[in-house]
Design a protein around this ligand. Structure first.
Ligand SMILES: Cc1cc2nc3c(=O)[nH]c(=O)nc-3n(C[C@H](O)[C@H](O)[C@H](O)COP(=O)(O)O)c2cc1C
Length: 370
């Protein structure tokens, strides 16, 4: 039997070689994470916004930690598979969330929305696999150099996230608009060269994982052919039965057209990608919506200047307000036509990728890989 090559990250064997991207607030919660992990994928819990109601300072930190512990434990209860946590560098409680994930012995931590230069020090000696998310070869090189020089370690894998991704994008507006269909392949090739350079220096292999706008198995096959060893996907998994995003928001995605895929200036200080609705249109008209900062979640946010509160907007979407909540999604979300079970989506992606991968050398027999 022919299978896709599993993704090996440190001691973790991910088969099929797909990672569910972290999706805040609560879109990649224990239900979705455990469902993908039960299919052999790696499931990433989004650590942002796991608080109920308003709280500040120490209370915010403690409630966020407690919310993350709850999500990790619920995921573990529902799956024996591979479960990790995403922590964005831009969060004010970054250190505490990383330490909580480490204390709960998650399998891996992904970290982007800024360069995760301090990550190894926070996870030292834990055995948790550390996976930075970058958007360029330059960023990959900076992270590898710093980790090696300061912490005597290298990333266990690197996720390359391109500008077609959902959520926050590590690019300026010009780069986002100039991004082509093949640019992700180019950036991944450049990051693979960086990874190879560090492998020659230290002997450590760093698998490169592609993310952003990957829609079907043919996209996956194209990326595997250039040496990518895994893919991270998020948007496709919003339209699954197991995703906690309310049905009304899933319907907005299903009804959307290409022209409804919008870029919005987020208080994170980066452009964000979301589906057109009242909120996105108001923000893009330059309106400043009333803000009552509930917890000061982002280092980069100045509530007196921000045009909207992203935490409140993401929570509103999670509560079903599909017009005034922020429905983040990748550039290819408009191609989604139905909500399906996770297992069906994963099986489809695997078989499409196998069709796309025609060269024998990238295929392994299931017997060889086990
Ligand atoms: C609804 C949504 C929420 C997201 N939230 C986060 C997040 O909290 N942290 C993060 O690092 N990336 C976040 N992302 C980015 C994804 O993890 C992923 O890398 C990216 O969306 C992949 O592109 P795709 O959605 O086209 O598959 C989010 C994406 C979406 C669609």
């Amino acid at each position: 039997m022919i299978a896709l090559p599993p993704l090996q990250i440190g001691h973790l064997r991910i088969d099929p070689p797909f990672i569910l991207g972290g999706m805040g607030v609560r879109s990649s919660d224990h239900k979705l994470v455990s469902a993908v992990a039960n299919c052999g994928m790696a499931g990433t819990i989004a650590s942002v916004g796991l608080v109920r109601g308003e709280c500040r300072g120490r209370a915010y930190i403690e409630e966020s930690n407690a919310g993350l512990v709850e999500e990790i434990r619920l995921s573990r209860k529902l799956s024996n598979g591979i479960i990790g946590v995403n922590v964005m560098v831009a969060l004010t409680n970054y250190d505490e969330l990383v330490k909580t994930a480490v204390a709960e012995k998650v399998d891996y931590i992904t970290s982007g929305a800024g360069l995760p230069l301090g990550l190894p020090a926070l996870a030292k000696g834990s055995g948790v696999c550390l996976i930075p998310i970058v958007s360029s070869a330059r960023a990959a090189e900076i992270v590898c150099n710093r980790w090696l020089n300061r912490d005597d370690c290298l990333p266990d894998a690197i996720i390359v996230e391109g500008a077609l991704a959902g959520g926050h994008l590590g690019f300026n507006m010009e780069e986002v608009t100039g991004w082509g269909e093949c640019t992700l392949q180019q950036v991944c090739s450049d990051v693979i060269k960086v990874a190879q350079k560090f492998e020659q220096k230290t002997g450590k292999h760093i698998p490169v994982i592609a993310a952003g706008g990957i829609f079907d198995g043919s996209d996956i096959a194209r990326l595997f052919k250039i040496g990518v060893e895994g893919v991270q996907m998020a948007t496709r998994f919003l339209a699954t039965n197991e995703c906690s995003l309310p049905d009304s928001c899933k319907q907005v995605i299903i009804d959307s057209k290409q022209e409804d895929m919008m870029i919005v200036k987020s208080p994170v200080g980066m452009p964000g990608r979301a589906v057109r609705n009242n909120l996105v249109e108001s923000v893009n008209r330059g309106e400043k919506l009333p803000i009552r900062c509930p917890y000061h979640c982002l280092r980069t946010c100045n509530p007196s200047e921000a045009s909207f509160c992203i935490a409140a907007a993401l929570v509103s979407a999670h509560e079903g307000d599909h017009e005034n909540g922020l429905i983040m999604a990748g550039r290819n979300a408009y191609r989604i036509s139905e909500v399906v079970p996770v297992r069906q989506l994963v099986d489809e992606l695997v078989s499409e990728a196998l069709i796309g991968l025609s060269e024998r050398q990238v295929l392994v027999s299931a017997n060889e890989s086990s």
